[in-house]
Design a protein around this ligand. Structure first.
Ligand SMILES: Cc1ncc(C[n+]2csc(CCOP(=O)(O)OP(=O)(O)O)c2C)c(N)n1
Ligand SMILES: [Mg+2]
Length: 320
């Protein structure tokens, strides 16, 4: 597939925005500005970026506990995200949800989710609605290697297959579910093999290569839009940080960590951009600086926003 300079630079900008957002969240968490749990997406940016580049605002995604990258790639507003992380009233959930509850239904973002595997049936439901309304929009479900062991995975993929739903199941295989490495929690090496049990196509790609992810997703989205049913894509990748901020990740093999850091998706793309003569180093630095400025503005917005009032604690919790 022919990919233009503008497309590749767009991928770079999205990936750098996610990385910068996450590095800032890491810093703010360590400094005590972010209450609750934070699971960072550093190292996995190519997955959300390559997949969401095939979607429009009318398409849906379901996200996970490690959701910031999905939200940014789908067009989520970084100032409202940052304010939510810091528990401020200007945040996506008025400061009551935090990192794992951010949603923006107008943008088709059906929510981050603290329940592992919960997005799988939600995505089937959203795709069912698209089909029922005879629209050509689709839903993408992001989930982890660990989440592919849940019962929700079996039920959702089977239903999606039998109803021929316009849904794409994207497994972000970062090789760990908390401290359990893949070979200890399942006896298959390619999780995409599991798609065959449901009679749907499944492929495995290098999840650190944004082009490979983009191309696999393009095919799956096209198939879904044409009414040909669901697909599964396994993206093999790596989280650079611990499971959550505060987890030192001592269960990881140091050599493995070092090898994967060398396969950093952003560095990989930078090399490609320079090799194709699409951008010189100073242009890449300018994109990074612009991302830093946008994230700093979001942090300022969040820091200057008020905390919720104690009497707001039950507001928006129950329907009128
Ligand atoms: C239903 C459920 N079971 C267990 C947990 C605890 N938990 C949180 S994250 C996680 C591991 C998820 O691993 P994976 O799906 O590979 O996602 P990753 O964290 O690697 O992105 C577990 C077991 C949970 N949140 N929900
Ligand atoms: Mg995992």
């Amino acid at each position: 597939m022919e990919v233009t300079k503008e497309t590749l630079l767009g991928f770079y900008e999205t990936m750098v925005t996610i990385r910068t957002f996450e590095e800032k969240a890491m810093e703010l968490f360590a400094a005590g500005y972010i209450p609750g749990f934070v699971h960072l997406y550093i190292g996995e940016e190519a997955v959300a970026t390559g997949v969401c580049a095939n979607l429009t605002e009318r398409d849906f995604i379901t996200s996970t506990h490690r959701g910031h990258g999905h939200l940014i790639a789908k067009g989520g507003k970084i100032d409202l995200m940052m304010a939510e992380l810091m528990g401020k009233v200007t945040g996506y959930c008025k400061g009551k949800g935090g990192s794992m509850h951010i949603a923006d239904v107008d943008l088709g973002i059906l929510g981050a989710n603290g329940i592992v595997g919960a997005g799988q049936p939600i995505a089937a439901g959203a795709a069912f609605a698209c089909k029922y309304k005879k629209q050509d929009n689709v839903c993408v479900c992001f989930f982890g290697d660990g989440a592919s062991n849940r019962g929700t995975f079996h039920e959702a993929l089977n239903l999606a297959s039998i109803f021929k739903l316009p849904v794409i199941y994207v497994c972000e295989n970062n090789l760990y579910g908390i401290s359990n490495c893949q070979r200890d929690h399942m006896n298959v090496s390619d999780i995409s093999d599991r798609a065959a049990s449901y009679g749907i196509p499944g492929v495995s790609v290098d999840g650190n290569d944004v082009m490979a992810v983009y191309e696999a997703a393009a095919e799956a989205v096209k198939r879904a839009r044409k009414g040909e049913g669901p697909s599964m894509i396994e993206c093999k990748t790596w989280r650079h940080r611990g499971h959550f901020e505060g987890d030192p990740g001592i269960y990881k093999n140091a050599k493995e960590q070092e090898a994967w850091i060398k396969k950093d998706p952003i560095i990989k793309l930078e090399k490609k951009l320079v090799e194709y003569e699409y951008a010189a180093e100073d242009e890449l630095n300018a994109i990074k600086d612009a991302a830093k400025e946008r994230i700093e503005a979001a942090v300022e917005f969040a820091k200057n926003s008020p905390d919720p009032e104690p009497e707001d604690v039950l507001r928006d919790v129950y329907a009128d």
